[in-house]
Structures are given as C-alpha cells and as structure tokens.
Design a protein around this ligand. Sequence first.
Ligand code: C2E
Ligand code: MG
Ligand code: MG
Ligand code: MG
Length: 287
Amino acid sequence: DEAKRTGQSALIFTPVLRERQRERREMEFDLRQAVRNGELVLHYQPLVDAGRCAVSGFEALMRWEHPTRGFLSPSVFIPLAEEIGIIEEMGAWTLQTACREAASWSSDLSVSVNMSPIQFGSATLLQDLDRALAESGLDPKRLQIEVTESVLMHEGDRTIGMLRAMRERGLTLSMDDFGTGYSSLGYISRFPFDKIKIDQSFVRDLRRPENIAIVRSIISLSRALNMNVLAEGIETREQMDILINEGCTDMQGYFFAKPRPATDIAGVVAEIDARWSADLSMPSARA
Ligand code: C2E
Ligand code: MG
Ligand code: MG
Ligand code: MG
C-alpha cells in the first residue's frame, strides 16, 4: 500500500540524499577557497552591433576551474555562492578582473558584468565598483552592468538609487533575460536602463508564433523607452536574419562565438569581422 511504498522509497533514498548532502558541503567548502586559490576565471562572449556589423564588446561569464571536477557552470555555483554569503566577495573579484582585462582591449570595446540582486544589498557595492575602475583605469563608459528583472523586486528604492549612482558614473545598464521574470512591463520604465536583453528561451524557437509575438512586443517596448534591444542565444543564421528584420539592435550567441578565455579577445573580433566581409549577403548591406 501507499504507506509501505513511501516508507520503502525513504529507505532507498536516504543514502542517496546523504551522499548529496556530503557533496554539497564539500562544494561549499571548495567554493569558499576558490577566490583565494585563483580558481575563478572569466570567459568572454562577444556582443555584436547589428547596425555596424561589428563586435561592440564582450560579456564576462564566470567559470570555476575546480581542482578535481574541471570547469563548473555559473548556473550551479552562483546560486550556491549567494546562499552561503560569498557572492559579494566574488562580485568584487569579477568587477576587478573584468575591468583590468578590458583595459588592455581596443578602446572601442565594452565589457559587461553580471550582478546578482544580492550585491545590490551590499554596503560596499559602489566602493567595489569605484575601486575596480580606479585600479584598472578603465573608462566607465566602457563598463556595462547586467541585472535581471528580479533585482527590481528587491528593495525598490535602494536599487533605484544604486542604478542611478552607476548611471552617474557613466556606466551602461542592461536588463538581462527579459521576459522571464514577473515584473510588469510598466515597471521597467521606472528604471534607467540603456538596453534590454531578450531572453534566449524566446529566440530558441522563433517558429512558435507566441515567441515571435513576445519578441515583437519587447522590441516595440524598447523603442518606446528609447533603449537598445539585444537578442540572446542566437545559434543560427536564420534566427539572426529574423531578429535583425524584427528590429533588434544587438545580438549575442553561439552563432557568433561561444564564451572564450581573455587571451582570445582579439582573435574573436578578427574572426567575426572576417565572416561579415566574406558574406556580403549578411545584413550589413541592409543596415
Ligand atoms: P546570462 O547572463 O544570461 O548569460 C548568458 C548565458 O547563456 C551564458 O551561460 C552563455 O554561455 C549562454 N549562451 C550564450 N549564447 C548562447 C547560445 O547561443 N546558446 C546557448 N544554449 N547558450 C548561450 P553561462 O556562462 O553558463 O552563465 C549562466 C548565467 O550565470 C548567466 O546568464 C548569469 O546569470 C550567471 N553568471 C555568469 N557569470 C556571472 C558573474 O560573474 N556574476 C554573476 N552574478 N552571475 C554570473
Ligand atoms: Mg548576462
Ligand atoms: Mg541572459
Ligand atoms: Mg541567464
């Protein structure tokens, strides 16, 4: 019967759960050492300006090179870092590293850094930011900050204040993964964003009429609010063509390049330039 079945499965799963708990504690322990041990690195993925047909900058995406488990994905360790209270320290490291690395790139390239909503609750966020800028000498205009909609739901006024302070420093603000959160469309007009990034879940299947409808409404919203609009997760030529036709101003995805180590920056720019000029039918002609 039911009680017996449940009892049995509890017996079966207890060792599995215990093993998972042990693994998790080990991961927590390792993650606390990761910054100190220099196991974190930033990889960079290009953002492409559809009008100029050129790379406009790179998004910094964190990787953890675990001593025994290899490269781990931020979708696994960022939530863990948030939970165990080390995201502020990691965020400060990311700002420092991204600004320092970007300072050596061609001066027309920007660098985008993702920020967790939890960082907006940090008393030292603006200090961390100013320190990263001062130490690297990076022009603040070249630094973009990416936040998701969920940031708007935490302590609204404080967040607005922080976003304004960033804007005053000359930074560019992007709303990441737009369309996946729960904020109302009107909400975004209250915040000083420069760019909306359409979440890749809508880009993945543009043959679904509801996805095209969502993409269109985000594009018209961004126009009305005078913001740029970037499509994330572009993997095919067909997706790129559709999205440029619909009016996206910027693009990002494996079709252009996957995230790569900092040493590949110049190579990625050259590769994408070469692809645009080799294919004259690319939308450059239309722009
Ligand atoms: P995100 O900011 O939305 O970054 C885009 C994610 O989509 C990246 O995953 C990127 O590798 C992936 N991506 C890009 N183009 C394509 C594509 O064409 N197809 C597919 N399937 N995926 C694509 P990644 O690097 O695993 O990062 C996942 C998330 O982790 C990021 O989402 C961001 O929210 C978070 N994250 C990454 N680095 C940092 C960081 O330094 N700080 C914070 N707070 N969060 C970070
Ligand atoms: Mg992002
Ligand atoms: Mg995104
Ligand atoms: Mg995301």
